[in-house]
Design a protein around this ligand. Structure first.
Ligand SMILES: Cc1cc2nc3c(=O)[nH]c(=O)nc-3n(C[C@H](O)[C@H](O)[C@H](O)COP(=O)(O)OP(=O)(O)OC[C@H]3O[C@@H](n4cnc5c(N)ncnc54)[C@H](O)[C@@H]3O)c2cc1C
Length: 380
């Protein structure tokens, strides 16, 4: 079977690309029974499509590479493209755009738009080679031939939704280097000293977390296995190993605490059981604020810079994304074509580009697909 363009993977990036390419020019190969599985479960079922505040600063990766692609198709262009197809994302949580009702609206739009291409489902790509001007794409069912191949197979996160290392294997076969991958936008497991966190499972509080030279603000959720929640997920993007510092009381003023007759567990703006657990850790009684000594106040103030080293992360099975990936130095930012092999392209999460929480990863999947479609135009 001879195809013009083969797109490996049928996720967000592939579906956008298939929608942008001319009719009957591409074949998507997707190992799942349905394309776009992650779209459906994303953003709590409503898909956080993009963010009003956009820029390479919200990504980990090579910033000029990322910015060049974002500039080709930014959040405004994406929103316009969606609106032209009758999907008007709604603004929530200050700057994040979600589907109005459910993520299915976005998937349905893509399924309609990409109908003009062939989609092979339940078919797993196993190898890609190049002979002369043509690629040979081997699947578990057949071998296909194509003039152009786009690797849009995503990262390693959520293997139950189809994730596989095939993108990295293909890239390496064609001489590309891979920036070390790790689970990201994921919770942390804790070491012995913080095992008491697990007993606080379900409690949430607003925090500011310092990680290297970054500060991630938002909610922290005490979880069964450690800590999670938006601030922690963002922190995981910048963390490799070593300590993080959590400010559990980021906006609290200590001035009046020693004047108050209230108990400490009522005075501190944390869930009561969280304060009580920290008091135990600090060897302090839950006494009236007025009765706390200067030394005890200093101890309490360590909650503004509670420093500890996570044991690790919850892993790929729980991570929203994979950081690291195909080295972007070896890919053209304006077209997503490999600088090593003509006709080979990479889009989406498989590249070493990872966004923060807030719609940045879908925006990247779509912007890189747009760059790829534009880059292919002269050949089609
Ligand atoms: C729980 C969860 C919630 C998320 N929520 C958001 C959100 O709200 N906003 C946001 O911006 N991002 C979110 N993300 C991240 C976002 O889903 C991804 O960054 C995005 O889907 C990446 O798009 P992609 O096309 O590069 O890869 P994917 O969407 O992962 O698609 C890759 C596809 O390739 C297929 N594939 C893999 N190997 C093979 C093979 N060998 N042969 C054939 N097919 C193969 C996979 O089955 C998959 O369908 C979320 C992720 C998760 C897991």
């Amino acid at each position: 079977m001879n195809n013009g363009i083969i797109i490996i993977g049928g996720g967000a990036s592939a579906l956008m690309l298939a929608s942008l390419l001319p009719k009957n020019s591409a074949t998507i190969i997707e190992r799942n029974a349905q394309p776009g599985a992650k779209i459906l479960i994303s953003g709590g079922g409503k898909c956080n499509i993009t963010n009003e505040v956009m820029g390479s600063g919200y990504y980990v990766g090579e910033s000029s590479f990322i910015q060049e692609s974002l500039d080709l198709f930014d959040q405004k262009a994406l929103l316009k493209w969606l609106e032209n197809r009758k999907l008007r994302p709604v603004l929530r949580k200050e700057s994040q755009y979600f589907c109005p009702q459910s993520a299915k609206e976005l998937l349905d739009l893509f399924l309609k738009e990409s109908k003009k291409q062939k989609i092979l489902l339940n078919e797993k790509v196993t190898e890609v080679h190049k002979r002369g001007d043509f690629f040979r794409v081997k699947t578990d069912k057949r071998t296909l031939s194509a003039k152009y191949v786009v690797v849009a197979s995503g990262g390693l996160s959520f293997p139950k939704l189809g994730a596989s290392p095939i993108g990295y294997e293909i890239a390496e076969h064609f001489g590309h280097s891979i920036v070390k991958t790790a689970p990201a936008l994921v919770g942390f497991t804790v070491q012995k000293e913080q095992f008491f966190f697990k007993e606080l499972s379900g409690a949430t509080t607003d925090v500011a977390i310092k990680v290297n030279d970054r500060v991630c603000k938002g909610s922290l959720l005490f979880a069964h296995k450690g800590i999670s929640g938006p601030a922690v997920l963002d922190t995981s993007l910048y963390w490799e190993k070593g300590k993080i510092e959590v400010d559990f009381l980021p906006n609290f003023s200590w001035e009046s605490i020693q004047k108050s007759k209230k108990q400490l567990s009522s005075l501190l703006p944390l869930p009561k059981r969280v304060t009580k657990a920290f008091l135990v850790q600090l060897n302090l009684d839950d006494k009236q604020g007025v009765k706390t000594t200067a030394g005890e106040l200093l101890l309490l103030q360590t909650l503004n810079h509670y420093s500890f080293a996570p044991a690790g992360t919850f892993g790929y099975s729980k991570a929203e994304v994979t950081k690291g990936g195909i080295n972007t130095d070896e890919v053209d930012a304006g077209t997503m074509m490999s600088k090593k092999t003509e006709g080979l392209y990479f889009t989406g999460e498989v590249l070493d580009v990872t966004g923060r929480l807030g719609g940045y990863n879908f925006q990247w999947a779509f912007s890189s697909a747009y760059a790829c479609a534009t880059g292919m135009k002269p050949y089609l």
